[in-house]
Design a protein around this ligand. Sequence first.
Ligand code: F6R
Length: 367
Amino acid sequence: EKDGFDHFMLKEIYEQPRAYRETISNRINHQLNTVDLSQEINLTEDYIKSIDKIHIVACGTAYHAGLVGKYVIEQLTRIPVEVDVASEYRYRNPIITPNTLVMVISQSGETADTLAALRESQRNGAKVLAITNVNGSSVSREADEVLLTHAGPEIAVASTKAYTSQLVAIYLFGLYLSQVRETHEDAAIAKYIQAIKELPAQAEKLLEFAPIIKQFAERFAKHEDLFFIGRSLDFAVSLEGSLKLKEISYIHSEAYPAGELKHGTLALITDGIPVIALATQEDIYEKMVSNIIEVKARNAYVLGIALEGDTELAKSVDEVITIPKTLPLLTPALSVIPLQLLAYYAALARGNDVDKPRNLAKSVTVE
Ligand code: F6R
């Protein structure tokens, strides 16, 4: 059932191109180059135009997909988006009105806190849209609207293809909102659709770098502390890379917004400490490079993640992994893949049980 892979996690990492195709399929109108969710989602045009804020609520990796969602939806629609972890949201008396769209994200659709947040939102008169992988799950049954991720069953405790297919579902939904609210020209939407269609093949190409990433992971596996830095979407992806590494390799790691380092955490950057620096966002690229120079000045060992064709970053880091070129909003769907592989190979090098890390369960149905 592992299809020749040593672990479910690796199999699921390699299933991502296929998961992308499934998540996209039947949701794009190829003639018009638009997103079409009308078969699945019954939100009226009037309702979509009346949404004045969005709350995204989820746990763990799904929460990290939500953080990407905030950037994506705000850029595509200019609707203000807040993101919360479900165990905080449900107890903080959030301001929910009938014009708030609450989006819950859950692979399993059974996470206790996420389900409780869904119910709390509905009690306050909000509509809830669920992004979930499991049709028939509690979340899918109780939500007002459901967008399935179609990633297929995920067995490994560490979530990989569920996260990336959540991202794709978010891109599609964000574009759908943008179309209805007419916040972008048709040509701009078409450009996004074209780039989304390229993601599966680009993910496939990226997976070919696995042997190189394995070498980096084996080097990092000897360390007890590691840092991920990035800005904007790269920071959101850093958080996911750090969680993945912690949960299966047990290496302590932190993800930091690169510009925030000098407000305290830079004190921890010492000789030889590994830093994984994501620099895929054109608009803040120069800022990111100056943060990298700061950690290099403290003798950190820096692995940079850059866009294909970037010849600059190599000058300021020790090693570079490049990801295929895509639109800035879509980079998380690619840049997370090397980080998943890093976590996997680091855990393997440390002799850990990759698919069943200590103290963790696949589905968290208790508080
Ligand atoms: C980490 C991981 C967890 C889950 C979290 C939410 O790899 O898998 O952080 O993302 O427990 O689970 P779902 O998405 O099923 O609600």
